[in-house]
Ligand binder design. Sequence first.
Ligand code: FE2
Ligand code: FE2
Length: 273
Amino acid sequence: MRITCVVDDSALPGSRFLSQHGLSFLIESYERYILFDTGASGKVILHNLARLGVEPESLSAVVLSHAHTDHTGGLAAILERSPDIPVYAHPDIFIPRLSLREDRLKDVSFPLSWATAMLKVRMNLSKEPLEVSPGVWTSGDINPRPEPEGRSDRHFARVEGRLVPDPYRDDMALVLDLGDRLAVVCGCCHAGILNTLRVVRERFRKPIEAVFGGLHLEDTDEATIIRVGEVLKGWGISKLYGNHCTGSKALGLLKEILGENVEPFPAGSSVAL
Ligand SMILES: [Fe+2]
Ligand SMILES: [Fe+2]
């Protein structure tokens, strides 16, 4: 298996990959390509996939971590090129979402309406883990959540006509089964990194070797980040590739605890698993 970062807030220096506030990964498994998240725009995901020599028509599936448009904004462009592609997500992805920016509420909902998605897209909505391709699974619903979540005061959801703090119920991760161990790929990890990894450990019953993606630790206090690092170390997690909302301070602290295999993973980066 191989994982490549297609879209991130930063790109490999000197490369021709575009960066933007968003995230997308390409998983290569048994000669199939699975896209996890789609970045924030069609332009960037199509440009960066072309840099990798991957046509949208050759993708086998798209998995979405959650609704927010920095992860789903490129989906329409992928569907335009590959209309029959199966799309995997949590059923709560359709709940309207808003983000407060300079006293204005910006719509950051999933870009397709429920009706459009149901009629025109091969949606696979489930709270249970689903095997997307051999060895590539959705985590399923992240519940319970006894540990801190990856929250932002700016995020809201519209539930029964009322604006409420976003419950982020749709947040899922991707689980890569590497035989005797697992790798976990997070989107924004609003469910919380420890909650997510705990659920994956209990559900999949194999040790986690590596973690990729946005860990939502950029606004997290130092003591909490240190605790995250120590728990990860106790669980034997030795490789961590941080993107997007992980934060450079958190990545530095985690490197001190977990060792040298902690690094950023900008667009264009790739590792074999
Ligand atoms: Fe998000
Ligand atoms: Fe995000």
